[in-house]
Unconditional design. Sequence first.
Lengths: 358, 323
Amino acid sequence: MRDKVMHPLIELTIARIKETIREPDTLFWVFVFPILLAVALGIAFREKPADKILIAIESSMSAEKISKLLSFSKDMETTILDAGEANEQLRKGKVDLIIGIDRGIGAQEKEIVPGNMVFTYDPTRSNSEIARMASRDAIERGLGRKDTVSIRDNIVATPGSRYIDFLIPGMIGMNLMGSGMWGVGFAVVLARTRRLLKRLAATPMRRSHYLLGFMLSRMIFLVPEVAVLVVLGWIIFDVKFFGSIADMVIVSALGSMTFAGLGLLVASRSKTIEAASGWMNFIMMPMYILSGSFFSYERFPAFAIPIIRALPLTALNDALRAVMNDGTPLYSIWLELAVLTIWSILSFGVALKIFKWQ
Amino acid sequence: MEKIKKEIRGQSIKSDVPAIRCRGVKKYFQAVHAVDGIDLDVRVGECFGLLGPNGAGKTTLVEILEGLTHTNAGTVEILGHHWGSRDDHALRDRIAVQLQETQLADKLTVEETLRLFRSFFSRGRTVDQVISLGNLEEKRRERVHKLSGGTKQRLALACALVSDPELLFLDEPTTGLDPQARSKVWDVVEGFKVAGGTVMLTTHYMEEAARLCNRVAIMDHGKFLAVGTPADLVASLGVREVIEFRLMGELAPGLLEGLPGVKTVDKKKEGYILKVLSIDAVLPALLAVIEKQQLKLDQLVTRQVTLEDVFMSMTVGALHDER
């Protein structure tokens, strides 16, 4: 039994924490869902022997011979299909390449002319490109081409460079964004629709305390939110943590503040949950796609990269990856930290200015 | 702490500063004159009731007094202070507010909610004290969303009383409650009054106003139609008693108005309502008229004039004026 009257900021923070943990939905979306997603993606993209290259050979009198030539390579699996079937399989992505015989003008089918072949494939599929090069290599070699250079393969597997190593920091960043924006934004809009904000405004409560209470509770929740994914990555996928824990806490806290600020900004005037949801999605959706949570933003056109890097989630993801995967010291990621700081100051400042209590 | 508090209270009573003083207060929402020129003085220790139909402007007026809504014109003085100065914070520490239809945080318990509200005020009761004041002992560990409507209202009231305020605003504190729950809320408000607190109350229950309020104002279309003690308002009708009756059949018009002692005659779907100076004088004559017309009496009730009769006559009158 606490009889002493606590500081309102402490009471507001405690109330916020209790409200959050008593909401089973929140716990699911903040803790369970990211774990499920990380596990699913981790399994889908787990390290495994390179995929077999799947090749369809159009049935012809040469088909068997071609198949035999390719069979010298362990990486290739061939099936002989008629032309229609082969094209269907290529379209569905079940084969990477179709090898056929070029029936040029005057060429006779019964002549076995491996010198005239047609490779049918989609160059935008990376596996098709590999299939084209590998089968060309195997066929030429099988027909007597001599290698002029001897190459020895030196195989390395660096922890920290696998997809799962890339994915876990991205998931942490995405999770901090989601829980920061929904956690703060929803609670504020709900309090407004229920006229609780007005009721609080009628007390001598300092308005800054109310908003700071959200910040503090976010600071507390980010610890388990981040820890869950770091530990999960470490236990299940052996994702190594190269940086310092202090740096990780600083980066996560800054990221969390930024998104709490954006959540507050969205909630500062929204009168309904629906309106707030719309704005949340409007802000978050582009970042889900652009900010490199699931795949590198370097794939976007060069002119877009500076814009993408100015987004708060990109800055957070980059900073988290630098700390987690590379152990980069904070001064080397000052740009990302500056981007986050500017976003959090801007969103807070504007939110406080335009905030409606009723 | 306790001593300082008593001194503050002593001062405000001694210095004769009214708890509430309004002059010419107006508030427009586009073309709607929600509050249209209100003058009001509420003394310290008084319970003042605002009566009026829905949309009369009661809530807008109260929220102006609470410093939650800005006025378009006029002055408002609460415990000697004007809203909008640096004193606002100190003033909020001395008043308490129960808004219409506020939903407190669902997931917090009664006790946690009260502790949170207590932390906002520089002085006040302990959480235990206010729990017993609101009759909430059995519900203290219950979460808010599980409480019944009546208990929620008592919690809202307890949240307001947690600071031991000098001035308490209650906006329809018992709307939607059953009679028993209503009576429990009244007990809490009466306890606050007995301790010397000032109350500003809105309601559309006449019974509530009559029981709790020293003075009431009847409000409609943003204006006060009448202000006075419940007894004064009842007396202002100029009649003391009411006869309500229903007939099997129709009475020719004009017969009842002529009866000596009858002040007003209202014919409604449910029957006739006569406001009379004295039942003893009117009743025999009324029965004689009915008999003469060869009509049968279906139902007859006699009663004292209540605040409700005043309210109905005034707000209906206001509607007629508009046409």
